[in-house]
Design a protein. Structure first.
Length: 333
């Protein structure tokens, strides 16, 4: 591949990135497991009998549940829970220390390529348990593909302009979710500098000018009409690309990424094939200006070349024809 599009990550740096990603995966797993032991078990007396009571908070709401009167079985439950909770919290604390050190290593070795605002927002969404339904759209998706293929993209294909249905701006993080209001609350509660923008209810903007735009997607969304997707992934690729709804129905793609300040997060976006096909479709829309179509074509091209060279597990038989169509559309613009 021409170096103007992407460069392969050096071997020494690749090992460091892999080690960092593995550590983050373990830390993330420990944090999620610790969430399961946030509550506590206590013995409480009622009507002369002791009962084992579970107390936990879910969304700020206190929940209590009796697990039964004190006997050999409930005493064993209490013992096992206490032992496991202690072990889980110790593991999380130990991995947190390792993560603090790894962040400094990531920054010192310049392993990160993602803007810090992006990983910060994604990490807090993940911590709040909302990452499962949050899908990153736009050029920021290319950071996930870059780390998956162990390459870095050229600045020329990562523009900062904001336009079109797929906004290509690293000063804007565009997320599709089933619960826009809930995601807004998460971001504003954890990062007070984010505020709503008058006239743009879906947009939050911080004091650095970084924005988070949230668009609604229906759970299990499938477009209506003759292009309706009928089943699994194989059927998806038979559907015709026609709008953003098609993109939201694409298979998901998940990748751990590193920011320039060393912090890490999991970026969930669309399958790289879907990204490339959608960008190709955009490049064929004659209503768009030539510069935008050329940018769309460049991004489609680089992602398909990336699949061809470094992500063969995502090979798409029609990719060659798709690229020819995109090139012809841009040439005729």
């Amino acid at each position: 591949m021409h170096p103007l599009f992407f460069e392969v990550v050096p071997e020494w740096k690749l090992k460091q990135i892999i080690d960092a990603q593995q550590l983050y995966s373990g830390y993330r797993s420990a944090v999620q497991e610790a969430e399961e032991y946030r509550g506590r078990l206590n013995w409480e007396k009622a009507n002369g009998t002791q009962y084992l009571v579970s107390t936990r908070y879910d969304g700020g709401v206190r929940q209590r549940k009796s697990l039964g009167p004190r006997n050999d079985q409930t005493e064993e439950i209490a013992r096992l829970y206490t032992e496991r909770a202690t072990a889980v919290r110790e593991r999380r604390a130990a991995l947190a220390e390792h993560m603090d050190r790894q962040v400094r290593i990531n920054r010192a070795l310049r392993l990160g390529i993602v803007p810090p605002n992006i990983t910060r927002v994604l990490a807090l969404i993940d911590k709040a348990g909302a990452a499962k339904h949050a899908l990153v759209l736009g050029a920021n998706a290319m950071f996930a593909y870059a780390y998956a293929a162990s390459v870095t993209f050229a600045e020329s294909i990562m523009p900062s302009g904001v336009e079109g249905p797929l906004r290509d701006s690293r000063s804007l993080l565009r997320i599709a979710t089933c619960d826009p209001k809930g995601l807004h609350r998460i971001v504003q509660r954890r990062i007070p500098s984010f505020a709503r923008v008058e006239g743009a209810p879906s947009l939050l903007l911080n004091h650095d000018g970084f924005g988070v735009e949230v668009i609604r997607r229906d759970a299990g969304y499938l477009p209506e009409g003759p292009d309706r997707i009928l089943g699994g992934d194989d059927d998806f690729w038979k559907a015709e690309v026609h709008d953003l709804g098609w993109l939201l129905s694409a298979p998901k793609f998940e990748q751990t990424v590193i920011s320039t300040d060393g912090r890490m997060a999991v970026l969930t976006t669309v399958d790289p094939r879907a990204f490339g096909l959608f960008k190709t479709w955009l490049s064929e829309q004659t209503a768009r200006d030539a510069a935008s179509r050329q940018r769309d074509y460049a991004q489609a091209t680089v992602v398909f070349r990336l699949i061809e060279e470094w992500l063969p597990q995502f090979a798409l038989e029609c990719s060659g024809q798709v690229l020819e169509r995109a090139e012809r559309a841009v040439r005729d613009a």
